[in-house]
Design a protein around this ligand. Structure first.
Ligand code: ADP
Ligand code: MG
Length: 731
């Protein structure tokens, strides 16, 4: 009997995880909110007025924090944290590995005379030098200058995890290049703030800051830990590389929004308690489409904080899941045949006067403001769709995009039929000066109509990668394990660039004698014309759309290597350089890292698949085949030839069938290994990734198919790998 699988199932059947880990949630979750965060309120309590104001200035206006203030903040943080049992501190950052990183240092400091004290200073708060030589850097840091450093980001509050004070930080090389997700995000926030605030002067001179907002929705799977451990592919690659589809999958749609299983509910409650303490305003939880798939979502926040919170949640989720004997899978496609996981990024722009710039207003003037930001965003996506596509590209996400469960790899924008007709009206605006009649008509019948129509705008198109949902855009193609910062950095950058260009064009028309409104209408009209191609209201999953998109000249970058090749286009590099979000070297380094990550992912999957096929599947199949052979031999002994032939027919054909599948696996694995060898010999990162994509990954199915067929032939008792039905339907 294959022990691990059956032991795992046995543990699961006999242990009562439901009551063992019952969680009671305090009646008022709100009382826990931010209890482990060095929040504005806590700072007010712990800091002198001057220090508090200086920190607030740094957060709101980006002013520099002076050393004495940093010292005061450090002492305050330490006192606050120690009162909560904290012994260590760490700069908490998001390197390009995709997970978060921390290096804990103790407050404990020995002093003279055999004594020791707890110490934390402004120096240590501001900067740390983790031994960072083994983080991905795309060749930026040569080993002889392997030093990188982390620097405090005061715009995201410090928090406590366990007994450690975590200080959100950026991570940069000694030569100043960014090596993480946060630093470019901050630069992009700055760029879009500047550009949007400038444009806002047309509408409201009181606005002095614009901040992007992000509301993420995180999908994930929960798999029992014992079952998880019994699958080497899950453990090593985060996904199953083999496994026959269960008789029941998601066909009945009976899981989506269904009642949440008790054991999962306990996990969710625990997670929500932890989130509350960390100041993550989680509000939504539900079952997702696939069995054992779930989703959580908080209230939206300023993008920088929201990104940190999402990174934090991914980390916390995995740990809390363990407590409940679950493994939380954040992989985009852990199981073939059922839906994978994504992470919707809801993006908008908010002002320091409390307005949402993508929310239609109460009067025509506010609506022109709305249309300005709305149309500029669409135009930005039209101009930079390939960059957005590259930003969500990963080996894991390739399994989802275009697989009729997530948006296609073609980037398009959905705005709903009513707004579409508003844009069609605006497209007809006269060139140059507008007559008084036209102005009135526009005000009353086009721009003035927007709030009404949006109220009953129930149009929801789930198949679009980029959809306007009433007061924000929802980017739906982001992968579940991705760091939101990447997509946010792109959104902020492309919209910043677009708004800059817009302002220049409007100003030029005003210079030529047009009124401000006339100039805005004139520029928007052209933008609508230029962006028509990217707008699509139909079924994004259909074959028709792929054909139509091709006719329109839209890209359909189906694989990561294709998307990443486009990322190095001069247009995109120029954009980043102009906005000072990335230098050419940084774009190149990141591109290189992503290509390398792609190749390595496929390479590891190939190895694991080969190993499992040879060490688990083939021996098991031969074992069962031997039983059949014994059985056939026995039949031969007791029956005469004619009777034997009749009775042994099925077994004989099964024996042959097993042999055929075993040979097929063996050949495919050899082919796979040879292809890997060839791939390893390719120097160029882009070419290597492409080879892995076209010549290695394509062989996976050749191994998997016969292996999955064997799963259906071999005695269930002998099968070593926990089956799909067991992973997806037991909890
Ligand atoms: P759905 O699941 O249908 O996409 P939800 O209402 O569950 O919609 O999720 C919408 C998400 O959008 C939430 O996370 C919410 O916080 C977020 N959101 C709402 N307003 C904004 C905004 N102005 N900026 C960014 N995100 C927003
Ligand atoms: Mg959504």
């Amino acid at each position: 009997m294959s022990t691990l699988r059956f032991k795992a199932l046995e543990t699961l059947s006999f242990k009562n995880f439901r009551s063992e880990n019952a969680v009671t949630v305090p009646a008022k979750l709100s009382e826990l909110y931010c209890s482990n965060v060095f929040s504005e309120d806590t700072m007010r309590e712990y800091l002198t007025k001057e220090a508090f104001n200086s920190i607030m200035d740094a957060i709101k206006k980006g002013s520099k924090i002076q050393r004495p203030v940093a010292d005061q903040v450090a002492v305050a943080m330490k006192d606050w944290a120690m009162a909560k049992g904290v012994t260590h501190y760490t700069h908490w950052f998001q390197p390009l590995t995709g997970s978060t990183a921390e290096k804990h240092d103790s407050f404990f400091t020995p002093i003279e005379g055999g004594k020791a004290i707890e110490r934390f200073s402004g120096n240590l708060l501001i900067q740390q030098e983790p031994d960072a030589s083994s983080f991905p850097n795309g060749g930026i840091r040569n080993t002889f200058e392997a030093r990188g450093y982390t620097a405090w980001d005061p715009t995201s509050p410090a928090f406590i995890m366990g007994t450690t004070l975590c200080i959100p930080s950026i991570f940069i090389s000694y030569t100043g290049e960014t090596l993480d997700y946060k630093a470019p995000l901050l630069r992009s926030l700055h760029a879009v703030d500047k550009a949007a605030t400038d444009v806002m002067q047309y509408f409201d001179k009181n606005v002095s800051k614009v901040v992007p907002t992000l509301g993420w929705e995180q999908e994930y799977f929960l798999i029992d830990s014992a079952l998880y451990k019994s699958r080497p592919d899950l453990v090593l690659t985060g996904k199953t590389l083999l496994g026959h589809a269960p008789a029941k999958g998601q066909q009945l749609d009976d899981h989506y929004f269904g009642s949440i299983p008790t054991r999962v509910m306990n996990f969710m409650k625990d997670l929500e308690i932890e989130c509350m303490k960390l100041g993550i305003p989680v509000t939504t939880r539900h079952n997702e489409v696939a069995p054992n798939q779930f989703e959580m979502a908080p209230m939206f926040e300023e993008a920088n904080v929201a990104v940190d919170h999402n990174s934090l949640v991914m980390d916390v989720m995995v740990r809390i899941a363990h407590k409940h004997h679950f493994n939380a899978l954040l992989h985009e496609k852990p199981f073939a045949g059922v839906n994978g996981s994504g992470k919707h990024n809801n993006w908008s722009l908010g002002t320091d006067t409390g307005e949402n710039l993508l929310s239609p207003g109460k009067n025509p003037k506010k609506n022109l403001q709305f249309l300005t930001f709305f149309i500029n965003t669409i135009k930005a996506v039209n101009e930079y769709s390939d960059l957005l596509r590259a930003g969500i590209a990963s080996a894991n996400n390739d399994h989802r995009l275009g697989a009729n469960e997530a948006p296609p790899a073609i980037i398009s924008v959905f705005i709903g039929s009513q707004l579409y007709s508003v844009l069609s009206e605006l497209e007809k605006v006269t060139k140059g000066k507008l007559s008084p009649d036209e102005k009135t008509d526009l005000k009353l019948n086009v721009v003035g109509k927007i709030p009404e129509i949006l109220l009953d705008n129930t149009d929801r198109n789930r198949t679009s990668p980029f959809a306007f949902t009433g007061n924000k855009f929802e980017i739906r193609a982001v992968g579940s394990s991705a760091n939101c910062a990447e997509t946010m950095t792109i959104m902020n950058s492309i919209v910043a660039k677009q708004l800059r260009d817009f302002k220049a064009e409007v100003d030029a028309l005003v210079e030529k004698g047009l009124k401000k409104d006339e100039a805005i209408f004139n520029v928007l009209r052209e933008y609508i014309k230029q962006s028509k191609n990217i707008m699509f209201e139909g079924d994004g999953y259909s074959e028709d759309w792929a054909n139509e998109a091709k006719k329109r000249g839209l890209s359909n970058l189906k694989t990561t290597p294709e998307a990443l090749e486009r990322e190095m286009d001069k247009k995109f590099v120029d954009l980043y350089e102009e906005l000072e979000v990335f230098t050419h070297r940084e774009v190149e380094a990141r591109n290189e890292i992503k290509l390398e990550k792609y190749s390595t992912t496929i390479d590891i999957e190939a190895r694991v698949l080969g190993d499992i096929a040879r060490n688990h599947i083939i021996p098991c199949a031969l074992n069962y085949q031997n039983r059949l052979i014994e059985n056939v031999k026995g039949l031969k002994d007791i029956f005469d030839d004619k009777e034997f032939k009749k009775l042994a027919k099925e077994q004989m054909s099964l024996i042959a069938n097993i042999s055929e599948n075993v040979s097929a696996i063996k050949l495919a694995v050899e082919e796979l290994l040879a292809a890997r060898e060839t791939a390893h010999g390719i120097e160029d990162g882009q070419k290597r990734a492409t080879y892995f994509c076209d010549n290695v990954k394509t062989l996976f199915e050749k191994v998997r198919k016969p292996a999955d067929d064997l799963e259906m032939m071999v005695d269930d008792e002998l099968w070593p790998l926990t089956k799909y039905r067991e992973m997806l339907f037991t909890r």
